[in-house]
Ligand binder design. Structure first.
Ligand SMILES: *Cc1c(COP(=O)(O)O)cnc(C)c1O
Length: 411
């Protein structure tokens, strides 16, 4: 008799984006002539860089000849891509990572969702609130999160509130935790941590023998040179942190699928009776070779191409395009008297709802008043109530039109 994994029953039926789509559809049915514009979109819209397209065409041609055909690749990714990563993403920042510490994957969602397998199910965890839902939900599935309370919080999860009072900078937990998920630049708030702030977390983790899971999916959007792109810019981080990267937002790879995870050889954790420490890099290598058969050769060649001189320039141009959208949104909303956070080092803007109305109420008002879609902040966690998230991933004309409508509506 097969018994279900009961933890799945605990998952909230919180299909945020499905709920949004439903409400937008209701509006569209009642107003068939009006064109709704989304500033809630969490996916990129600009085409891939020409250097990437060329590399993919070449990779396809490789597959067409027996001489250059590629079957199963190394589970951890091709060495030429891991070397390009080390050389371009880390060495220029003074970080020495060995290619054997880099694991190529099919995107950061898989690895941020799976990484919890490295440690016992009864470790305690902390997350910033609001947060990318994958970190919590993946831990609900393996039983680590406990049970969901009436306050919308899981019993075994420590929530680190990020709000106006602390300027969206989480405070250290008051008690020990074993696992800490951090995402900077942050989705959904668009806020960043300075080196000094990040250093506090590394020191906390070292002091408590905790592991930090650092999601750097948006590092390419950082404009301020003082903001760290990698947690390994902080001394001691290679002993306590795993870092996730993704080409999805960096280079528009949401439909291509490629990213990577760094697990330094110096990172270790202790066994139950406290008698021995084990490096986690070999654990992950073992895990991947059992459960993962590598990212496609074509995707990896595509990723390699963003590190070429042309690739770098083209990818940067697209990021600049999105960041110009972000600047416009920020400026316009600010002029309209709204309180806006983020959008300076990230493609996300975190907007306070006026007069303290709820996230969902403002979502509806914006939809019916300006035919613009946003994402209710409460969908990212209890501390997101009273905010909505806007993204800069749209087309320029749509962004301009949406801002024009919001301006007319607010006046
Ligand atoms: C989009 C996103 C990712 C990237 O996911 P992929 O699986 O690489 O497409 C990772 N983390 C956060 C917080 C994201 O918003």
């Amino acid at each position: 008799m097969a018994l279900i994994n009961e933890h799945f029953l605990k998952l909230s039926k919180n299909y945020l984006f499905a709920d949004i789509a439903k409400k937008v559809n209701v509006y569209k049915v009642a107003h068939p002539k009006s064109r709704v514009i989304s500033l809630g979109i969490g996916d990129v819209t600009q085409p891939l860089a020409p250097a990437v397209i060329e590399a993919m065409h070449n990779a396809v041609d490789d597959m067409a000849t027996s001489e250059h055909f590629h079957g199963y690749g190394p589970e951890n990714g091709y060495l030429w891509l891991r070397e390009a990563i080390v050389k371009n993403d880390f060495l220029p920042r003074g970080i020495r990572i060995d290619p054997s510490e880099v694991f190529i994957n099919d995107g950061a969602k898989s690895d941020t969702g799976n990484i919890g397998e490295l440690v016992r199910w009864d470790n305690s965890m902390a997350v910033t609130d609001p947060i990318y839902p994958v970190y919590i939900d993946s831990n609900v599935m393996n039983g680590r999160a406990g049970t969901l309370g009436a306050d919308g919080k899981w019993s075994n999860v420590t929530y680190l509130a990020c709000n106006e009072e602390n300027h969206f900078i989480p405070s250290l937990p008051q008690h020990r935790v074993d696992m800490i998920y951090l995402c900077y630049p942050n989705n959904p708030t668009g806020m960043v941590l300075t080196k000094e702030e990040l250093r506090k977390w590394v020191n906390f983790a070292l002091h408590n023998d905790a592991i930090i899971f650092f999601d750097a999916a948006y590092h390419a959007y950082i404009q301020d040179d003082r903001i760290p792109h990698s947690i390994y810019e902080i001394k001691g981080a290679r002993k306590c942190a795993i870092e996730f990267h993704s080409y999805s937002k960096t280079a528009g790879f949401t439909g291509i699928r490629c990213g990577y995870t760094v697990i330094p050889k110096a990172l270790s954790a202790i066994n139950m009776d406290g008698s021995k420490r084990y490096a986690l890099n070999p654990f992950w290598e073992r895990r991947q070779s059992t459960k993962f058969n590598g990212t496609s050769y074509i995707s990896q060649r595509a990723a390699e191409a963003i590190y070429s001189p042309e690739g770098k320039e083209q990818v940067k141009a697209t990021i600049d395009y999105y960041m110009e959208n972000a600047r416009m949104i920020r400026e316009t909303l600010h002029k309209l008297g709204l309180t806006v956070y983020g959008g300076e080092n990230a493609p996300y803007l975190w907007v306070k709802t006026p007069k303290g109305i709820s996230s969902w109420k403002f979502f509806e008002e914006l939809l019916y008043g300006a035919q613009v879609v946003c994402t209710p902040g409460v969908g990212f966690g209890p501390s997101g109530e009273g905010y909505v998230r806007l993204t800069s991933f749209g087309q320029r004309e749509d962004c301009e039109e949406a801002l024009h409508r919001i301006s007319m509506w607010m006046k």
